[in-house]
Design a protein around this ligand. Structure first.
Ligand code: CAA
Length: 258
């Protein structure tokens, strides 16, 4: 897949998507969002070849410094709505992709960049990464899901502090409040993200996919309904040869072949 503003790479069952607009610190304009949309649609169709995904930014300064302010500045309300709808569509595609998605946050993750990171399933960050929702400095609110996903991820009080103040926090603080899973020196970030992506890619792909579905859909349910939903998905696993292979391999004291 060839694009102008993103780079797509694929090897050993792992897809790597790099947002590549270094001159604008990888800010998301309409074209970049459209490219992400078609790239993610292709990835979603290729569960046989792609078992885990990494999203990162190019360079060592920025993951994504937000939605593109130059693009947004002249918009009217209808234009704002169209742009936010496109952004929401892309974030939902990331969130609902059949394969797990790791955000390798290699620098600024601000506004739409923080929203992209929190749409991913897992976040690893470099030690120079900075997070924030600075939209109130621009006279707007987050438009790609920040007011919705951030409180769900880190809790309402901590999310409100970031959303209302527009302040930036460093990666150590982001780790402390559960906004990122782990922090690594910049030079180790991709290696560690790849290691995790490879570990996920080595597991039963159908089971990993159902785990993601169970967590994502279950989070929208009360506990009883969520547990009933998990029971159904657990039962579904027994209709797949993956379950036979996984359990037989254990009993035969060998590695499973998924
Ligand atoms: N949109 C468009 N261009 C951006 C950008 C953005 N979000 N962020 C950075 N850039 C551009 C700058 O305009 C600059 O371009 P020029 O060289 O042509 O002037 C270039 O990237 C480098 O940026 P800086 O010179 O500002 O770099 P810095 O190191 O001094 O500062 C920064 C880095 C703190 C990240 C600063 O660039 C910044 O504050 N950027 C904006 C962050 C922001 O407000 N993001 C939220 C956007 S709104 C949003 O995302 C809404 C939504 O939810 C949908």
């Amino acid at each position: 897949m060839a694009f102008e503003n993103i780079v797509f790479e694929q090897s050993d069952g792992i897809a790597k998507i790099t947002i590549n607009r270094p001159k604008a610190l990888n800010a998301l304009n309409k074209q970049t969002l459209l490219e992400l949309q078609s790239c993610l649609a292709e990835v979603a169709l290729n569960t046989a070849g792609i078992r885990s995904v990494i999203i990162t930014g190019s360079g060592e300064k920025s993951f994504v410094a937000g939605a593109d302010i130059s693009y947004m500045q002249p918009l009217d309300p209808a234009g704002g709505k169209t742009f936010a709808s496109l952004g929401h569509k892309v974030m939902a595609m990331v969130e609902n992709l059949p394969q797990p998605v790791i955000a390798a946050v290699n620098g600024f993750a601000l506004g739409g960049g923080c929203e992209l990171a929190i749409s991913c399933d897992i976040r690893y960050a470099s030690d120079n990464a900075k997070f924030g929702q600075p939209e109130v400095n621009l006279g707007v609110i987050p438009g790609f899901g920040g007011t919705q996903r951030l409180p769900r991820l880190i809790g309402k009080g901590l999310a409100n502090e970031l959303l209302f103040s527009g302040k930036m926090i460093d990666s150590a603080e982001a780790e402390r409040i559960g906004l990122v899973n782990r922090v690594y020196p910049q030079e180790q970030l991709m290696e560690e993200s790849m290691k995790l992506a490879a570990m996920i890619a080595s597991r039963g792909p159908g089971a990993v996919r159902l785990c993601k579905e169970s967590v994502n859909n279950g989070m929208e349910m009360d506990l009883n309904r969520g547990c009933a939903y998990e029971t159904d998905l657990f039962a579904l696993c027994f209709a797949d040869e993956e379950q036979q292979e996984g359990m037989s391999a254990f009993l035969e004291k060998r590695s499973p072949k998924f």
